[in-house]
Design a protein around this ligand. Structure first.
Ligand SMILES: *Cc1c(COP(=O)(O)O)cnc(C)c1O
Length: 425
């Protein structure tokens, strides 16, 4: 029996579905997940010794490439001094200062250990600050797995076709309004109906959990205006896009300033770090200063923070994002060109180090359009590329990621493989 299969069968004995996060199980593409033994630069190696060019990048964090020597060294150096103290450290000040210096919308920031914690805490804070109960989220946007956000959520949820998770009582989501991404009229209508009850809008300012879907011109600006007008807070969930699409996330690209930003993924450099931050007067509602409770035994963990700090430092080298986006563009445009030559209905989009592949003629702007993609064709493409040693996200509803180590040779090898695969589709 191949070792990946043996490991998957063994894992399934003691771990639900054999995985610790559902999309890893390959359910939406079929087949056996690859058990990873090690990674370096743009590559991962599975338990059978097969090398793959990786376009998942741990779902976003691996922006410098896997096992970057400076990040590994920072982790090793931090680890020898002890793994966790449950007391403040100077490194936490440094990473807070680094985030505040980079994102003008953040005046104060609190560290957590995951994106889920960041969004959950940000929403509690928005409710505590505004003293209002209701929130708006957009269908297809994923904000982690807090109860009140598992309402027709995207990502794994969308893949499984479940509108909500079992185990979430209706009472828990009765204050969550779910609207269509890129539909300003719906947001206006919601504010007209519930304006003085709405605490916040939470949005992925570039959606990356229903494949990649950009905000249409004016959409984020309209959200900003409506929130300001009605006294609600605007939360940008930049857990995926933060330091991924550019040096200041989507807020830097668009100039739209949220009240609260949530971060994770890249800011931990592969270690568990999340954060939520924003205007000082809002952040001062968080305990111990204010009445909004929020805490974490491992929050600001010294080893994780060390990885995040050196990652942020390396990302601020001049020209980093221009170089990264040039490689992402080569991949996206190159795939689209080769698909067209083969007569495959396909389009691709990219921002910074993030890309979307769509098995339909035009780049989608709504979840409905994303749903029109040819999933069967995607599955065939996914498996044929995997056989050629190219690892894309095992779901048609996920964005993909390029790292600083995906150089021309790496991208060209992927394009050569794709040309052969498209020809046979
Ligand atoms: C990944 C993600 C989350 C959840 O982060 P976890 O660290 O997996 O809890 C939340 N929001 C967005 C936009 C994400 O991409």
């Amino acid at each position: 029996m191949p070792r990946n299969t043996a490991l998957f069968e063994r894992a399934s004995q003691t771990i639900p579905g054999g995985v610790n996060s559902p999309v890893r199980a390959f359910r939406s593409v079929g087949g056996v997940p690859r058990f990873i033994e090690r990674a370096n630069g743009p590559y991962v190696w599975d338990a059978q010794g097969t090398r793959y060019t990786d376009y998942v990048g741990s779902w976003g964090p691996a922006i410098l490439g896997h096992a970057h020597p400076e990040v590994i060294k920072a982790v090793q150096d931090a680890a020898v001094n002890g793994l966790s103290f449950g007391a403040p450290t100077e490194a936490e000040i440094e990473i807070a200062e680094a985030l505040v210096a980079r994102l003008p919308s953040i005046e104060k920031v609190r560290l957590v250990s995951s994106g889920t914690e960041a969004t959950m805490s940000a929403i509690r804070l928005a409710r505590g600050y505004t003293k209002r109960p209701k929130i708006i989220k957009f269908e297809g946007c994923y904000h982690g797995h807090a109860d009140s956000l598992l309402v027709k959520a995207g990502s794994g949820m969308l893949t499984f076709g479940n509108p909500t998770s079992a185990g979430v009582p209706p009472e828990f989501i009765q204050h969550t309004l779910v609207l269509d991404f890129n539909n300003i009229d719906a947001v206006e209508a919601a504010f007209n109906a519930h304006g003085d009850e709405l605490a916040c809008i939470i949005v992925e300012p570039i959606a990356g959990n229903m494949n990649l879907v950009r905000p249409q011109p004016g959409f984020l600006e309209a959200l900003r205006q409506l929130c300001t007008k009605h006294g609600a807070l605007l939360i940008f969930d930049e857990v995926m896009t933060g330091f991924r699409v550019g040096p200041q996330g989507v807020q830097g690209l668009t100039g739209v300033k949220p009240d609260i930003t949530t971060l994770a993924k890249v800011i931990g450099g592969g270690m568990p770090v999340g954060a939520f931050g924003g205007r000082a007067d809002i952040m001062e509602y968080v305990a111990p200063l204010g009445p909004v409770y929020q805490a974490g035994t491992l929050s600001g963990n010294p080893v994780a923070v060390a990885a995040g700090l050196v990652t942020l430092k390396l990302l601020s080298e001049p020209g980093f994002y221009d170089r990264l986006e040039a490689q992402t563009r080569k991949l996206a445009d190159g795939l689209a060109e080769r698909a067209e030559n083969a007569g495959i209905p396909f389009s691709a989009d990219y921002v910074g180090g993030m890309f979307g592949l769509y098995f339909r003629e035009r780049i989608p702007t709504t979840l409905a359009e994303v749903s029109e993609c040819d999933i069967e064709l995607f599955k065939k493409f996914f498996h044929a590329m995997l056989i050629k040693g190219i690892y894309f996200a095992p779901s048609a509803f996920e964005a993909g990621f390029v790292s600083a180590t995906h150089d021309d040779d790496v991208i060209n090898a992927t394009l050569d493989a794709a040309e052969e695969v498209f020809a046979k589709l």
